[in-house]
Ligand binder design. Structure first.
Ligand code: NAP
Ligand code: MG
Length: 335
Protein backbone atom coordinates (compact mmCIF):
# COMPACT_ATOMS: atom_id res chain seq x y z
CA UNK A 1 0.00 0.00 0.00
CA UNK A 2 1.20 3.48 -0.84
CA UNK A 3 1.90 5.50 2.31
CA UNK A 4 1.87 9.25 1.65
CA UNK A 5 4.36 11.55 3.36
CA UNK A 6 5.20 15.25 3.12
CA UNK A 7 7.27 14.41 0.00
CA UNK A 8 4.04 13.56 -1.85
CA UNK A 9 2.35 16.83 -1.00
CA UNK A 10 2.72 20.52 -1.57
CA UNK A 11 1.21 23.04 0.83
CA UNK A 12 1.56 25.71 -1.87
CA UNK A 13 -1.52 24.31 -3.63
CA UNK A 14 -3.46 25.98 -0.77
CA UNK A 15 -1.65 29.35 -1.07
CA UNK A 16 -4.71 31.18 -2.32
CA UNK A 17 -7.26 29.04 -0.51
CA UNK A 18 -9.28 30.15 2.47
CA UNK A 19 -9.68 27.21 4.83
CA UNK A 20 -12.77 27.37 7.01
CA UNK A 21 -12.85 25.10 10.04
CA UNK A 22 -16.53 24.63 10.89
CA UNK A 23 -17.00 23.45 14.49
CA UNK A 24 -14.43 24.27 17.16
CA UNK A 25 -14.65 21.15 19.33
CA UNK A 26 -12.59 17.99 19.87
CA UNK A 27 -11.21 17.97 16.30
CA UNK A 28 -11.97 21.51 15.14
CA UNK A 29 -9.75 23.35 17.60
CA UNK A 30 -6.61 21.22 17.19
CA UNK A 31 -7.04 21.08 13.41
CA UNK A 32 -7.51 24.86 13.11
CA UNK A 33 -4.45 25.54 15.29
CA UNK A 34 -2.22 23.06 13.42
CA UNK A 35 -3.24 24.42 10.01
CA UNK A 36 -2.66 28.02 11.14
CA UNK A 37 0.74 27.11 12.57
CA UNK A 38 1.57 25.50 9.20
CA UNK A 39 1.10 28.95 7.65
CA UNK A 40 -2.33 28.42 6.06
CA UNK A 41 -5.16 30.96 5.91
CA UNK A 42 -7.63 29.65 8.51
CA UNK A 43 -11.03 31.03 9.50
CA UNK A 44 -13.19 29.45 12.22
CA UNK A 45 -16.93 29.06 11.72
CA UNK A 46 -19.10 28.41 14.78
CA UNK A 47 -22.31 29.30 16.57
CA UNK A 48 -22.07 32.84 17.88
CA UNK A 49 -21.71 33.17 21.64
CA UNK A 50 -21.36 29.43 22.31
CA UNK A 51 -18.32 27.78 23.81
CA UNK A 52 -16.61 26.96 20.48
CA UNK A 53 -16.92 30.58 19.36
CA UNK A 54 -15.48 31.85 22.66
CA UNK A 55 -12.55 29.43 22.54
CA UNK A 56 -11.79 30.49 18.96
CA UNK A 57 -11.73 34.15 20.02
CA UNK A 58 -9.45 33.29 22.96
CA UNK A 59 -7.12 31.53 20.49
CA UNK A 60 -6.88 34.67 18.36
CA UNK A 61 -9.36 33.79 15.58
CA UNK A 62 -12.15 36.11 14.42
CA UNK A 63 -14.91 33.50 14.01
CA UNK A 64 -17.81 33.78 11.58
CA UNK A 65 -21.25 32.12 11.69
CA UNK A 66 -22.17 28.84 10.01
CA UNK A 67 -23.71 30.21 6.78
CA UNK A 68 -20.94 32.80 6.46
CA UNK A 69 -18.31 30.10 6.93
CA UNK A 70 -19.84 28.08 4.09
CA UNK A 71 -19.83 31.16 1.82
CA UNK A 72 -16.19 32.02 2.51
CA UNK A 73 -14.67 28.54 2.20
CA UNK A 74 -12.43 27.30 -0.57
CA UNK A 75 -11.82 24.27 1.66
CA UNK A 76 -14.44 23.64 4.34
CA UNK A 77 -13.30 21.36 7.16
CA UNK A 78 -16.67 20.01 8.28
CA UNK A 79 -16.00 19.21 11.95
CA UNK A 80 -19.47 19.20 13.48
CA UNK A 81 -20.85 16.13 15.32
CA UNK A 82 -21.63 13.38 12.80
CA UNK A 83 -25.26 13.09 13.88
CA UNK A 84 -25.88 16.78 13.01
CA UNK A 85 -23.87 17.02 9.80
CA UNK A 86 -26.61 15.99 7.33
CA UNK A 87 -29.19 18.42 8.74
CA UNK A 88 -26.81 21.39 9.05
CA UNK A 89 -25.42 20.69 5.59
CA UNK A 90 -28.90 20.72 4.02
CA UNK A 91 -30.19 23.73 5.96
CA UNK A 92 -27.19 26.04 6.17
CA UNK A 93 -24.20 24.90 4.15
CA UNK A 94 -25.10 23.38 0.79
CA UNK A 95 -26.70 26.43 -0.85
CA UNK A 96 -23.93 28.75 0.34
CA UNK A 97 -20.93 26.80 -0.97
CA UNK A 98 -18.76 28.34 -3.66
CA UNK A 99 -18.26 26.65 -7.00
CA UNK A 100 -14.95 24.81 -6.97
CA UNK A 101 -14.91 24.46 -3.18
CA UNK A 102 -14.03 21.29 -1.27
CA UNK A 103 -15.51 19.79 1.87
CA UNK A 104 -13.04 17.89 4.00
CA UNK A 105 -14.32 15.40 6.57
CA UNK A 106 -12.58 13.80 9.55
CA UNK A 107 -14.83 10.72 9.41
CA UNK A 108 -16.54 9.06 6.45
CA UNK A 109 -19.92 8.70 8.22
CA UNK A 110 -22.07 11.35 6.49
CA UNK A 111 -20.94 10.58 2.95
CA UNK A 112 -20.71 6.80 3.35
CA UNK A 113 -24.24 6.54 4.73
CA UNK A 114 -25.83 8.97 2.26
CA UNK A 115 -26.46 11.93 4.58
CA UNK A 116 -24.42 14.23 2.37
CA UNK A 117 -24.27 13.94 -1.40
CA UNK A 118 -22.91 16.64 -3.60
CA UNK A 119 -21.77 16.52 -7.17
CA UNK A 120 -20.90 20.21 -7.16
CA UNK A 121 -17.92 20.26 -4.77
CA UNK A 122 -14.94 18.07 -3.92
CA UNK A 123 -15.61 15.61 -1.11
CA UNK A 124 -12.40 14.63 0.63
CA UNK A 125 -11.56 12.74 3.79
CA UNK A 126 -8.60 13.41 6.05
CA UNK A 127 -9.15 11.34 9.18
CA UNK A 128 -6.42 11.63 11.82
CA UNK A 129 -6.20 8.36 13.74
CA UNK A 130 -6.60 9.67 17.26
CA UNK A 131 -8.18 12.30 19.44
CA UNK A 132 -7.79 15.97 18.70
CA UNK A 133 -5.72 16.66 21.80
CA UNK A 134 -3.16 14.09 20.66
CA UNK A 135 -3.12 15.59 17.17
CA UNK A 136 -2.21 18.99 18.63
CA UNK A 137 0.32 17.65 21.14
CA UNK A 138 2.11 15.55 18.51
CA UNK A 139 2.21 18.51 16.11
CA UNK A 140 3.77 20.78 18.76
CA UNK A 141 6.38 18.11 19.48
CA UNK A 142 7.38 18.10 15.80
CA UNK A 143 5.62 14.81 15.09
CA UNK A 144 2.05 14.02 14.04
CA UNK A 145 -0.68 11.38 13.95
CA UNK A 146 -1.08 9.03 11.00
CA UNK A 147 -4.25 9.63 9.00
CA UNK A 148 -6.52 8.01 6.42
CA UNK A 149 -7.12 9.86 3.15
CA UNK A 150 -9.89 9.47 0.57
CA UNK A 151 -11.65 11.26 -2.26
CA UNK A 152 -15.36 10.65 -2.92
CA UNK A 153 -15.91 13.38 -5.48
CA UNK A 154 -13.27 15.16 -7.54
CA UNK A 155 -15.03 18.16 -9.05
CA UNK A 156 -11.99 20.44 -9.22
CA UNK A 157 -9.60 17.83 -10.62
CA UNK A 158 -7.27 18.50 -7.69
CA UNK A 159 -9.20 16.87 -4.84
CA UNK A 160 -6.43 14.42 -3.96
CA UNK A 161 -3.77 17.14 -3.94
CA UNK A 162 -5.99 19.22 -1.68
CA UNK A 163 -6.51 16.29 0.70
CA UNK A 164 -2.77 15.63 0.87
CA UNK A 165 -2.06 19.33 1.53
CA UNK A 166 -4.59 19.41 4.41
CA UNK A 167 -3.07 16.21 5.82
CA UNK A 168 0.36 17.80 5.56
CA UNK A 169 -0.80 21.03 7.26
CA UNK A 170 -2.25 18.96 10.12
CA UNK A 171 1.17 17.33 10.61
CA UNK A 172 -0.18 13.89 9.67
CA UNK A 173 2.15 13.39 6.68
CA UNK A 174 5.18 13.74 8.94
CA UNK A 175 4.09 10.23 9.97
CA UNK A 176 2.03 8.80 7.10
CA UNK A 177 -1.26 9.03 5.19
CA UNK A 178 -2.98 5.79 4.17
CA UNK A 179 -5.33 5.76 1.17
CA UNK A 180 -8.85 4.49 1.79
CA UNK A 181 -12.45 5.15 0.75
CA UNK A 182 -15.16 6.94 2.74
CA UNK A 183 -17.01 3.65 3.08
CA UNK A 184 -13.99 1.64 4.22
CA UNK A 185 -13.06 4.30 6.79
CA UNK A 186 -16.60 4.72 8.10
CA UNK A 187 -17.49 1.03 8.40
CA UNK A 188 -14.14 -0.02 9.88
CA UNK A 189 -14.01 2.92 12.31
CA UNK A 190 -17.48 2.21 13.68
CA UNK A 191 -16.89 -1.55 13.71
CA UNK A 192 -13.63 -1.03 15.64
CA UNK A 193 -15.44 1.18 18.17
CA UNK A 194 -18.17 -1.39 18.76
CA UNK A 195 -16.28 -4.68 18.51
CA UNK A 196 -13.10 -3.62 20.32
CA UNK A 197 -12.47 -0.08 21.58
CA UNK A 198 -15.68 1.21 23.13
CA UNK A 199 -17.78 -1.95 23.44
CA UNK A 200 -15.93 -5.26 23.22
CA UNK A 201 -13.15 -4.31 25.62
CA UNK A 202 -15.33 -2.44 28.10
CA UNK A 203 -17.88 -5.28 28.09
CA UNK A 204 -15.15 -7.88 28.69
CA UNK A 205 -13.73 -5.90 31.62
CA UNK A 206 -17.17 -5.48 33.20
CA UNK A 207 -18.02 -9.19 32.81
CA UNK A 208 -14.69 -10.34 34.32
CA UNK A 209 -14.98 -7.85 37.19
CA UNK A 210 -18.56 -8.95 37.96
CA UNK A 211 -17.49 -12.61 38.01
CA UNK A 212 -14.78 -11.92 40.61
CA UNK A 213 -17.30 -10.07 42.78
CA UNK A 214 -19.76 -12.99 42.49
CA UNK A 215 -16.96 -15.28 43.65
CA UNK A 216 -16.44 -13.13 46.74
CA UNK A 217 -13.45 -11.00 45.72
CA UNK A 218 -13.24 -7.38 46.82
CA UNK A 219 -14.13 -4.64 44.33
CA UNK A 220 -10.72 -2.94 44.57
CA UNK A 221 -8.78 -6.17 44.00
CA UNK A 222 -11.04 -7.07 41.08
CA UNK A 223 -10.57 -3.58 39.66
CA UNK A 224 -6.77 -3.79 39.83
CA UNK A 225 -6.65 -7.11 38.03
CA UNK A 226 -9.29 -6.58 35.35
CA UNK A 227 -9.05 -2.86 34.66
CA UNK A 228 -6.12 -0.96 36.15
CA UNK A 229 -3.42 -3.15 34.59
CA UNK A 230 -4.97 -3.07 31.13
CA UNK A 231 -3.15 0.14 30.22
CA UNK A 232 0.23 -1.41 31.03
CA UNK A 233 -0.48 -4.34 28.71
CA UNK A 234 -1.92 -2.15 25.94
CA UNK A 235 1.15 0.12 26.10
CA UNK A 236 3.32 -2.99 25.76
CA UNK A 237 1.55 -4.42 22.74
CA UNK A 238 1.22 -1.03 21.11
CA UNK A 239 5.01 -0.61 21.36
CA UNK A 240 6.11 -4.21 20.71
CA UNK A 241 3.24 -6.16 19.15
CA UNK A 242 1.45 -9.06 20.85
CA UNK A 243 4.41 -11.44 20.64
CA UNK A 244 6.75 -8.73 21.98
CA UNK A 245 4.36 -8.15 24.89
CA UNK A 246 4.40 -11.89 25.71
CA UNK A 247 8.21 -11.71 25.86
CA UNK A 248 8.17 -9.32 28.81
CA UNK A 249 5.29 -10.68 30.88
CA UNK A 250 5.56 -13.71 33.14
CA UNK A 251 5.48 -17.22 31.69
CA UNK A 252 2.37 -17.83 33.78
CA UNK A 253 0.58 -14.91 32.11
CA UNK A 254 1.80 -15.81 28.60
CA UNK A 255 0.85 -19.51 28.90
CA UNK A 256 -2.54 -18.88 30.54
CA UNK A 257 -3.47 -16.10 28.17
CA UNK A 258 -2.57 -17.91 24.97
CA UNK A 259 -3.71 -21.42 25.95
CA UNK A 260 -6.93 -20.59 27.81
CA UNK A 261 -7.81 -16.87 27.86
CA UNK A 262 -8.13 -16.33 24.11
CA UNK A 263 -10.49 -19.34 23.86
CA UNK A 264 -13.15 -17.04 25.33
CA UNK A 265 -13.58 -15.64 21.85
CA UNK A 266 -15.68 -18.54 20.64
CA UNK A 267 -18.28 -19.19 17.94
CA UNK A 268 -21.13 -17.27 19.50
CA UNK A 269 -19.00 -14.20 20.03
CA UNK A 270 -17.73 -14.27 16.44
CA UNK A 271 -21.35 -14.55 15.27
CA UNK A 272 -22.14 -11.51 17.39
CA UNK A 273 -19.31 -9.63 15.69
CA UNK A 274 -20.66 -10.61 12.27
CA UNK A 275 -24.02 -9.15 13.34
CA UNK A 276 -22.34 -5.92 14.47
CA UNK A 277 -20.57 -5.71 11.12
CA UNK A 278 -23.71 -6.38 9.06
CA UNK A 279 -25.70 -3.79 11.04
CA UNK A 280 -23.03 -1.17 10.33
CA UNK A 281 -22.31 -2.19 6.73
CA UNK A 282 -25.98 -2.16 5.72
CA UNK A 283 -26.44 1.38 7.08
CA UNK A 284 -28.91 0.12 9.72
CA UNK A 285 -26.72 1.32 12.60
CA UNK A 286 -26.33 4.80 11.07
CA UNK A 287 -30.12 5.08 10.55
CA UNK A 288 -30.79 3.91 14.11
CA UNK A 289 -28.23 6.33 15.64
CA UNK A 290 -29.40 9.34 13.59
CA UNK A 291 -33.01 8.64 14.57
CA UNK A 292 -32.15 8.21 18.27
CA UNK A 293 -29.93 11.32 18.30
CA UNK A 294 -32.74 13.49 16.97
CA UNK A 295 -35.93 11.82 18.27
CA UNK A 296 -34.99 10.17 21.56
CA UNK A 297 -31.66 11.38 22.96
CA UNK A 298 -32.78 10.09 26.37
CA UNK A 299 -31.81 6.55 25.32
CA UNK A 300 -28.08 7.38 25.19
CA UNK A 301 -28.45 9.43 28.37
CA UNK A 302 -30.00 6.46 30.14
CA UNK A 303 -27.25 4.11 28.93
CA UNK A 304 -24.62 6.58 30.18
CA UNK A 305 -26.40 6.87 33.55
CA UNK A 306 -26.59 3.10 34.04
CA UNK A 307 -22.86 2.83 33.41
CA UNK A 308 -22.05 5.61 35.88
CA UNK A 309 -23.88 3.65 38.59
CA UNK A 310 -21.89 0.41 38.17
CA UNK A 311 -19.86 -1.00 41.06
CA UNK A 312 -16.72 -0.96 38.88
CA UNK A 313 -17.04 2.82 38.52
CA UNK A 314 -17.09 3.22 42.32
CA UNK A 315 -14.06 0.95 42.73
CA UNK A 316 -12.33 2.93 40.00
CA UNK A 317 -12.81 6.18 41.89
CA UNK A 318 -11.13 4.70 44.96
CA UNK A 319 -8.17 3.38 42.97
CA UNK A 320 -7.76 6.46 40.78
CA UNK A 321 -7.97 8.58 43.95
CA UNK A 322 -4.61 7.11 45.02
CA UNK A 323 -2.88 9.12 42.31
CA UNK A 324 -2.95 12.79 41.38
CA UNK A 325 -3.79 13.88 37.84
CA UNK A 326 -0.20 13.37 36.65
CA UNK A 327 -0.08 9.83 38.01
CA UNK A 328 2.03 10.72 41.06
CA UNK A 329 1.00 9.11 44.37
CA UNK A 330 -1.01 11.25 46.75
CA UNK A 331 0.57 11.43 50.20
CA UNK A 332 -2.09 10.35 52.62
CA UNK A 333 -2.32 10.55 56.39
CA UNK A 334 -1.34 7.36 58.19
CA UNK A 335 0.70 5.95 55.33
P1 NAP B 1 -17.70 17.81 18.79
O1 NAP B 1 -16.51 18.30 19.54
O2 NAP B 1 -18.66 16.93 19.52
O3 NAP B 1 -18.55 19.01 18.22
C1 NAP B 1 -17.93 20.03 17.43
C2 NAP B 1 -18.66 21.34 17.65
O4 NAP B 1 -19.94 21.33 17.06
C3 NAP B 1 -18.90 21.71 19.08
O5 NAP B 1 -17.77 22.40 19.56
C4 NAP B 1 -20.18 22.55 19.04
O6 NAP B 1 -19.84 23.88 19.30
C5 NAP B 1 -20.65 22.43 17.59
N1 NAP B 1 -22.08 22.24 17.45
C6 NAP B 1 -22.87 21.37 18.16
N2 NAP B 1 -24.14 21.47 17.74
C7 NAP B 1 -24.16 22.40 16.74
C8 NAP B 1 -25.16 22.95 15.91
N3 NAP B 1 -26.44 22.54 16.01
N4 NAP B 1 -24.81 23.90 15.01
C9 NAP B 1 -23.55 24.31 14.90
N5 NAP B 1 -22.54 23.84 15.66
C10 NAP B 1 -22.84 22.89 16.56
O7 NAP B 1 -17.24 17.06 17.45
P2 NAP B 1 -15.90 16.23 17.22
O8 NAP B 1 -15.79 15.11 18.20
O9 NAP B 1 -14.77 17.18 17.04
O10 NAP B 1 -16.24 15.55 15.82
C11 NAP B 1 -16.13 16.28 14.60
C12 NAP B 1 -15.79 15.31 13.48
O11 NAP B 1 -14.51 14.74 13.75
C13 NAP B 1 -16.76 14.14 13.38
O12 NAP B 1 -16.91 13.82 12.02
C14 NAP B 1 -16.03 13.02 14.12
O13 NAP B 1 -16.39 11.71 13.72
C15 NAP B 1 -14.62 13.33 13.69
N6 NAP B 1 -13.59 12.74 14.55
C16 NAP B 1 -13.66 12.90 15.90
C17 NAP B 1 -12.65 12.34 16.72
C18 NAP B 1 -12.69 12.53 18.22
O14 NAP B 1 -11.76 12.07 18.87
N7 NAP B 1 -13.68 13.19 18.80
C19 NAP B 1 -11.59 11.63 16.16
C20 NAP B 1 -11.53 11.53 14.76
C21 NAP B 1 -12.54 12.09 13.98
P3 NAP B 1 -20.74 24.91 20.16
O15 NAP B 1 -21.71 24.11 21.00
O16 NAP B 1 -19.75 25.64 20.99
O17 NAP B 1 -21.41 25.73 19.12
MG1 MG C 1 -14.47 6.96 15.54
Amino acid sequence: MKIYTDKDSSLSILDKSRIVVMGYGNQGRPQALNLRDSGLDVTVSARKGRSGWKKAVADGFAPVGIEEGARLADILLFLLPDELQGKIYKEKVSENLRKGAAISFAHGFSVAFGEIESAAVDLILVAPKGQGERLRKAYLEGSGLACLIAVANDESGKAEKRALAIASGLGCLRVGGFPTTFREEAVSDIFGEQAVLCGGVTGLIKAAYDLLLRRGFSPEVAYFECFEELKIIVDLFQQRGFAGMRDVISGTAAYGGLKYGEKLISGEMIEGMEELFDRIDSGEFARDWLEKASESPEELESLRRQERELSIERAGKVVRGLYDKDGAPKTREGT
